[in-house]
Design a protein around this ligand. Structure first.
Ligand SMILES: [Fe+2]
Length: 190
C-alpha cells in the first residue's frame, strides 16, 4: 500500500489536536517526527508511514479524544473511527513504545491487541527509538535520561513509573537495533 501523502495529512491533524491544549506535547511530537526523518534511510518505502505515526503518536493525550485515559488506545481508536486513517498508522500508534506493558497494567492488553494487530518489528522499533530519544520538549536525548525523566515525573511507584522501568530493557534493546540498522545503511556503498 502506498504511503505517499501521509505526512501531508498527519501534521495538520496532530497540530489541530495538540498545539493549543498541549503545546509541550506538540513540541515533543514534532521532535519525534524529526528523529523519524533522520532514520528514514533504514525504512525505505515505509519512511513516510513512520514519520506520520511519529507526529501522531501522542494525540491520545488530547482532551478532545481522551476516553479510556490510556493514550495509545485512545489515539489509535480516534485514528480508526474518526480520522479514517491508514490502518498501519493506527496500529503503530496503538503499540508505540511498549504500550502493551502499560495496557497490561491497566487491564487493557486484550482490548488493545484484539483491535490493533502489531506492525512489523522494524517499524515499531523505529517509533520506539524516536520517542525514547526525544525529550518532552522535543529535543534529542538518550533513552537512559528519557526513562529516568519519565520515572521521576510520574513517581517510581506510580503505574507509569512501574511500567517504564519494566519496559526499560526493551527500550534499550530497540534503540540498539535501530542504531545497528542505521550503521549498516551507512556502510552500504552509495
Ligand atoms: Fe506516548
Amino acid at each position: 500500500m502506498s504511503t505517499a501523502g501521509l505526512t501531508d495529512w498527519a501534521y495538520p491533524l496532530a497540530e489541530s489536536l495538540l498545539a493549543e491544549p498541549l503545546p509541550r506535547r506538540w513540541a515533543h511530537s514534532l521532535g519525534v517526527a524529526e528523529r523519524a526523518r533522520i532514520i528514514a534511510p533504514i525504512l525505505d518505502d515505509d519512511a513516510e508511514l513512520l514519520e506520520a505515526a511519529a507526529v501522531l503518536h501522542d494525540i491520545g493525550y488530547s482532551p478532545d479524544l481522551a476516553k479510556t485515559g490510556f493514550h495509545p488506545l485512545d489515539g489509535a481508536r480516534y485514528l480508526r473511527d474518526v480520522a479514517n486513517a491508514d490502518a498501519r498508522v493506527a496500529r503503530l500508534v496503538a503499540h508505540h513504545s511498549c504500550a502493551w506493558m502499560e495496557a497490561e497494567a491497566r487491564g487493557l492488553r486484550e482490548e488493545l491487541e484484539s483491535e490493533f494487530p502489531r506492525e512489523r518489528a522494524e517499524l515499531s522499533d523505529a517509533l520506539c527509538f524516536c520517542d525514547m530519544n526525544t525529550t518532552p520538549d522535543g529535543i534529542p536525548t538518550n533513552p537512559v535520561d528519557r526513562v529516568n525523566e519519565i520515572a521521576g515525573r510520574y513517581g517510581s511507584d506510580s503505574l507509569i513509573g512501574t511500567f517504564i522501568r519494566r519496559a526499560e530493557p526493551e527500550i534499550m534493546a530497540c534503540t540498539a537495533r535501530v542504531l545497528e540498522r542505521v550503521a549498516a545503511v551507512k556502510r552500504q556503498p552509495m
